[in-house]
Design a protein around this ligand. Structure first.
Ligand code: OXD
Ligand code: MN
Length: 647
């Protein structure tokens, strides 16, 4: 529904500078009045960024985001009046946003990395083959893309200046950013997903560098008196990254991954390029703390492609008696060696931007308990008692409630043919509300990582778990990862896609160089007297001949984690196979499982399947990385084939 023009927000000017100084300096940038905050709060570098952005985007007014409660209330109120969000009275401070149906997911085809030379950003595929490891844009085209979209794009609207930190503000592993955006939805979501506001401005007051993030939904008002409730410009959406300048520019989409620029754009794409330069890892990984029955605590990091149950694993309630699991993060890990050579991880985020469908009291009670306060839902269905609904919650709503689908249409369980919630609908909730949040989740030094897990949805052939024989074998396993596709991006249908390191949509630089960087970590660790964690591959999704899952999953995945951690302690509970080490018969603790599992089938390694897998991986490397594959990884594939032939 079209609504009234965006509000001129009247907020108390935030403190942080002397009142005298504030009075003596005009509170405008290039003529645009600052309606919240004061120009003297901006460091010279931030001010220059704001000036350039104002000159380009021509907003009517500027709002320097302070991150406070009062500001949040006013912004939510503004969004409500615009019709962008509606309140969910069943819960405490929860909101639902319904997007334009053309703006519902990350758009990988419109996401680019800008470097001088193409091969710095993406591998050169074999001639005639379409590259699938990211998109490159030249500096000239980058400038043209901006010039043809941004001039005047914020006319009639408010430009928000969002200072944010990826990682706990005082951690040496954290990095700061400034997101300039014309979306109040983005500001409210960034408040949940990052540490946002005046503390960050204070940190940057020494004029230190930050990641520049410029975002516009691309809907200037220019004379119009109304604005759509979900402003966007899907036809011209583009998401640009320039690692050499630590710069992100996003236009046309208000949806999460495209507009909350701290997440995929900064923490992964730009983050991975910084990590390569500085010798650490920025990864698409959850971080989980595991305490065993003896009270010994270890942390694992795990990479899964989007919507493969990462959030469920990150918040698992273990079924194995005596175990406790605690969540540090569900999506991204930044990992660096400490002075003793121990790899330590922080979760750079402050919230969860989780896929809603499939999340329920059965599959992830901790997530469900996290989302019923201070949460912004996007594209889920609503219930007539003021709550939310999505596929998977069928047993959790009263029978007599009426459901309205994500498009605002009446929806009937068992009758309607379309999903009630969009398959990529989300909850955006503060991580600190998770009942099993790890006590060390905001620790400055990060948590020590003992094991790295790779995984994916593999209905056939891939065992429940196997361990890599060495660091370089593990890196090979990560590079060869494949999974059934999901709804998190624009792909259609279920196909098994290569998603190396679960990073395919998120590499900030050439994947061949990324593999080399991973390989180099072993030597870096050795130099400071440390060693790399063991690497494992897991697959909760193997099916039997009738298409039934062979493994119960969820809390019972703790049984696999138990084996993984015993292997970290070098327990002799494994069996060598051509693909790696699998649990010795009986080594996985299956006691107390609600129904028996077919261990033999779960760990069966069919030679034909794996010979075909080797061929597929070879073809993938030949097609996608004909010039960029490190020799060590090519050798790993040759060795795997040789081991399989001897089977
Ligand atoms: C996500 C994704 O949103 O991986 O986390 O797509
Ligand atoms: Mn993700």
């Amino acid at each position: 529904m079209p609504q009234v023009i965006e509000q001129f927000t009247k907020l108390p000017t935030a403190l942080g500078c002397s009142p005298k100084l504030r009075l003596s300096v005009s509170n405008r940038v290039r003529g645009a009045p600052i309606v919240n905050g004061h120009v003297v709060q901006l460091s010279a570098k931030i001010r220059m960024f704001v000036e350039e952005s104002v000159a380009l985007c021509k907003p009517d007014r500027i709002h320097i985001v302070d991150g406070g409660e009062e500001e949040s209330t006013i912004l939510l109120d503004t969004l409500q009046r615009l019709g962008t969000i509606q309140s969910l009275p069943k819960y405490d401070n929860c909101w639902l946003a319904r997007t334009n149906p053309a703006d519902v997911a990350r758009v990988e085809s419109k996401t680019f990395i800008c470097t001088e030379r193409r091969e710095q950003a993406i591998p050169t595929p074999k001639e005639g083959v379409q590259g699938t490891l990211g998109n490159w844009i030249s500096p000239d085209d980058y400038d043209t893309a901006i010039r043809s979209r941004f001039p005047g794009c914020m006319q009639g609207r408010t430009m928000y200046v969002v200072p944010f930190s990826m990682g706990p503000i005082d951690s040496p592993l954290s990095k700061f950013g400034i997101e300039i955006t014309d979306s109040a939805y983005v500001v409210c979501s960034m408040r949940i997903m990052t540490r946002m506001g005046l503390q960050v401005l204070e940190k940057l007051s020494d004029n230190s560098d930050f990641i520049k993030c410029l975002h516009s939904v691309g809907t200037p008002l220019s004379g119009k008196l109304t604005m759509p409730s979900w402003p966007c410009d899907p036809e011209r959406t583009i998401i640009l990254h320039k690692p050499a300048k630590n710069e992100i520019v996003s236009y046309g989409s208000g949806y999460g991954g495209n507009s909350l620029l701290g997440k995929k754009c900064f923490a992964l794409r730009i983050g991975s390029t910084i990590a390569q330069r500085e010798g650490w890892l920025a990864e698409h990984m959850l971080i989980l703390g595991v305490t065993d029955p003896n009270g010994v605590k270890k942390y694992i990091a795990a990479a899964f492609p989007s919507a493969c149950g990462k959030t469920n694993l990150a918040m698992m309630n273990p079924t194995l008696p005596g175990y406790t699991m605690e969540c540090v993060g569900d999506d991204i890990a930044w990992m660096k060696f400490d002075s003793k050579g121990q790899l330590r991880a922080i979760n750079p985020e402050n919230g969860f931007f989780g896929v809603a469908p499939g999340t329920s009291m059965e599959t992830n009670p901790n997530a469900m308990q996290t989302v019923y306060k201070n949460t912004i839902f996007t594209n889920v269905a609503t219930t007539s008692d003021g709550g939310v609904f999505w596929e998977g919650m069928e047993k959790e709503i009263a029978i007599d409630v009426e459901i309205t689908d994500w498009l605002g249409q009446p929806w009937k369980m068992g009758e309607s043919k379309t999903p009630a919630a969009h398959p990529n609908s989300r909850f955006c909730a503060p991580a600190g509300q998770c009942p099993i949040i790890d006590p060390a989740w905001e620790g400055k030094e990060g948590v020590p990582i003992s094991a790295i897990l790779f995984g994916g949805r593999r209905p056939e052939g891939v065992p429940l778990v196997y361990e890599a024989n060495s660091w370089s074998h593990g890196v090979f396993v990560g590079s060869a990862m494949r999974s059934e596709t999901t709804a998190a991006a624009e792909h259609k249908g279920k196909v098994i896609m290569h998603d190396p390191f679960a990073m395919r949509p998120f590499f900030g630089y050439n994947f061949g160089d990324y593999i080399k960087h991973w390989l180099s970590m072993e030597q870096r660790a050795a130099k400071v007297g440390g060693h790399m964690p063991k690497i494992f591959h897991i697959n909760w999704f193997r099916k039997d001949a009738k298409g039934k899952f062979l493994w119960p999953g969820f809390g019972d995945n703790s049984r696999v984690i138990d084996w993984v951690l015993r292997r970290v302690d070098e327990c002799d509970c494994y069996k060598d196979t051509p693909i790696g080490r699998i649990p010795a018969p009986g080594a996985i603790n299956l006691e107390g499982l609600s129904s028996p599992v077919n261990e033999k089938e779960l760990f069966h390694i069919p030679k034909d399947f794996w010979m075909k897998e080797v061929e597929d991986i070879k073809q993938y490397y030949d097609n996608q990385l004909p010039h960029d594959l490190p020799a060590e990884i090519a050798q790993q594939l040759v060795d795997l084939k040789r081991r399989l032939e001897r089977m």
